[in-house]
Design a protein around this ligand. Structure first.
Ligand code: VTB
Length: 339
């Protein structure tokens, strides 16, 4: 007979596939808007599709990182309850309580312009397993498994890059560091350039870049600089699965920022968080589908006979990473599928 642990694993492994279709549907919906130049339209398409699909997942879910607080966002707002437990017809049935962090379209501008690395993404854990982070900026340093014990958020850039290069058995000028292209990173970029390391400046999407940094062979060795805190929590969930690391500190600049932190239970504004702090859950699931082509996942392809998506599903328990290539086939007798 299955013991309690087996049962949890069973539930989780089933759920990871349920979450796969949630991110697939979000990606497909917004991919239809690729290049239309309307980031709000792209985002809305992803949010609506994700919300709809989420309610068919057998969970009692709560959004802990979402599209903003209730009055700002009509759907997938922080605190919103999602999942099959919300269906009146199923009242009385019990479902696992799951906390969920979503970014239905990470890289709205990337999708709107057809740029690379837009993804639909979510992370889930047992209750309390994901930090309720306010939508502030966050300083971040993301590295893969080989480099996670040799870097420090407060160390000079030069020291960190030397350490990363050494841990990867290469020269500093053989590294590729991803940095968001923002005026606030002017001095960071100058410091990285001074070391000779190569830089890939990106318009958006430090989450995709963070995932890539933790996967050998992706061509990304570190992500540096300040991005969004919600993306930081999602990155942390991915790091828990990939054995990489994120070092992160909230940017709390004003009394209003402080108040927003306090409202979420955060009182230590200087704390350097690691993946296990931002995503402390025992059971973490991370699911992402490519919207546009990226380092790890291809974008959504519409090919006449169906729709092809490329996704990654990762979980901590059982510890498993799956790269998934799905084809949704249109009805018809002469449909052709290619390998
Ligand atoms: C980054 C980036 C995101 O927000 O986190 C960024 O990775 C941070 O905010 O794709 P700023 O735009 O203020 O720099 C995004 O661009 C959008 O969520």
């Amino acid at each position: 007979m299955a013991n309690a642990n087996d049962r949890t694993n069973q539930i989780e492994s089933d759920l990871s596939l349920e979450f796969l279709r949630v991110v697939e549907q979000a990606a497909i919906a917004c991919a239809h808007t690729m290049g239309q130049g309307n980031r709000h339209l792209s985002d809305q398409a992803a949010v609506e599709a994700m919300r709809r699909e989420m309610d068919t997942v057998p969970i009692d879910g709560t959004i802990v990182i979402g599209e903003g607080e209730r009055d700002e966002a009509p759907m997938l707002f922080i605190g919103e309850r999602v999942g099959m437990a919300q269906q009146p017809a199923l009242a009385g049935r019990t479902f696992d309580e799951v906390d969920i962090a979503v970014d239905p379209l990470e890289g709205t501008n990337l999708c709107a312009t057809g740029g690379p690395n837009a993804i639909a993404v979510l992370a889930a854990s047992e209750q309390g397993g994901l930090l309720h982070a306010p939508d502030l900026h966050m300083e971040k340093l993301v590295v893969g498994p080989s480099s996670k014990h040799v870097v420090d958020l407060d160390a000079p850039v030069r020291d960190n890059l030397r350490a990363v290069a050494h841990s990867l058995g290469r020269q500093v000028d053989e590294l590729a560091v991803v940095v968001l292209d923002r005026p606030r990173h002017e001095s960071l970029i100058a410091e990285i350039r001074a070391t000779g390391a190569r830089i890939r400046l990106i318009g958006d999407g430090d989450l995709s870049a963070g995932i890539a940094a933790a996967v050998a062979g992706s061509g990304v060795h570190a992500v540096m600089g300040t991005g969004g805190a919600p993306e930081g929590v999602l990155t942390a969930a991915a790091m828990r699965c990939l054995n990489g690391e994120i070092f992160a500190r909230l940017v709390v600049a004003t009394p209003e920022d402080e108040a927003r932190c306090r409202a979420m239970g955060i009182t230590d504004f200087k704390k350097i968080y690691k993946a296990a702090d931002l995503a402390c859950g025992k059971h973490i699931i991370f699911a992402a589908t490519g919207v546009t082509d990226g380092a790890l996942m291809r974008g959504v392809r519409f090919f006449g006979d169906g729709i092809r998506t490329s996704s990654v599903i990762m979980q901590t328990d059982p510890h498993r990473i799956r790269f998934i290539d799905s084809i949704q086939v249109y009805p018809g007798p002469s449909v052709k599928i290619r390998f």
